[in-house]
Ligand binder design. Structure first.
Ligand code: HEM
Length: 227
C-alpha cells in the first residue's frame, strides 16, 4: 500500500481555517492589550480593532456552520473512544520515540480520536463562551446605544472574567495546535496539507480513522510513517 496525494482539505475549509486562525490571533493580541497585558496599538485603537475583528469572526462562524451542515463535514467531529488512549499515549510517549501513528488519516475521517474530542469542545464550548461573553461585553459597553441598561457592574466583571478565561483557553489551544501540526508524517506535511489541500495518504482512504494501521510486514517497514 503506497501513499498517494489525496485532496483532503477543500477550498472553503482552508479559507475558513486560516481566516479563523488569523482572526483569533489578532483578537488575542488586541484583547490582551485591552486587558492591560502590554501596550502596542494603544487602548482606544485596540478596542476599535477588537470589535471589528470580532464582527468579522462572527460572520465567518455563520458561513462555516452553514458549510459544515450542508457538506456533512460536521460528522468529522463526532467523538469516539476507540483508540483514544492509544492516541494520547502516542502524543505523550510514542512521538518522542519515533513510534508509528496509532490511527490513520482518511478523507472521510481526517481527525484522530483526540482531535475529534478537543475540536468538538472548542466548537461547542470554548468558542461559544468567548463569542457570547464578547457580545454581552459589547452591548454592556454601549448601553445607551444598544438600549440595554439592565446589566450591572457586577455583571460586567463576570463577563470580563469569563471572556478572558475563554481567551486564555483559546491561546493555550493555539500553542498546542501549532506544536501538534509538526507531528505529522514529516515536520511540515500537515501544514502543507492545510495550505495546498493535498496530503500523502495511504491507498485505503475509505478506512475509518479509528482503524489502527496494519502491523508492519517486516523489520524493514517497521519505521514507515503511518500517515
Ligand atoms: C466574537 C467574538 C468576540 C467579541 C464579540 C469580543 C468582544 C470584546 C469586547 C466588547 C471587549 C471589551 C472591549 C472594551 O473595553 O470595550 C473584549 C475584551 C477582550 N477580549 Fe474579546 N471579543 C471576541 C473574541 C475574542 C477572542 C477570540 C479573544 C482571544 C482569543 C478575545 C480576548 C479578549 C480579551 C483578553 C479582552 C480583555 C478582557 C478584559 O480584561 O476585560 N476576545 N472583547
Amino acid at each position: 500500500m503506497s501513499p498517494r496525494e489525496v485532496y483532503v482539505y477543500k477550498g472553503f475549509e482552508r479559507f475558513w481555517h486560516w481566516t479563523q486562525a488569523l482572526l483569533i490571533l489578532f483578537l488575542a493580541l488586541t484583547g490582551f492589550e485591552i486587558h492591560g497585558s502590554f501596550s502596542f496599538l494603544g487602548f482606544e485603537q485596540a478596542v476599535r480593532y477588537h470589535r471589528v475583528a470580532a464582527i468579522v469572526l462572527m460572520v465567518l462562524i455563520v458561513f462555516a456552520a452553514f458549510w459544515h451542515l450542508t457538506t456533512d463535514e460536521w460528522r468529522q467531529y463526532l467523538p469516539t473512544l476507540t483508540n483514544l488512549r492509544a492516541q494520547a499515549e502516542y502524543y505523550l510517549v510514542g512521538v518522542f520515540r519515533g513510534a508509528p501513528h496509532p490511527t490513520r488519516k482518511t478523507v472521510l475521517s481526517k481527525l484522530n480520536p483526540l482531535q475529534k474530542l478537543v475540536y468538538l469542545q472548542l466548537k461547542l464550548l470554548v468558542i461559544p463562551v468567548v463569542v457570547v461573553s464578547g457580545v454581552l461585553y459589547l452591548v454592556y459597553r454601549y448601553p445607551a446605544r444598544g438600549g440595554m441598561t439592565g446589566l450591572s457592574v457586577d455583571g460586567l466583571e463576570t463577563i470580563a472574567v469569563v471572556h478572558t478565561a475563554g481567551a486564555f483557553l483559546l491561546v493555550a489551544f493555539l500553542i498546542a495546535h501549532v506544536y501538534l501540526i509538526t507531528t505529522g508524517t514529516t515536520l511540515t506535511s500537515n501544514l502543507r496539507a492545510m495550505i495546498t489541500g493535498y496530503e500523502e495518504l495511504h491507498d485505503d482512504v475509505a478506512a475509518p480513522v479509528s482503524t489502527p494501521p496494519p502491523a508492519p510486514a517486516s523489520p524493514a517497514t517497521a519505521n514507515a510513517p503511518a500517515r
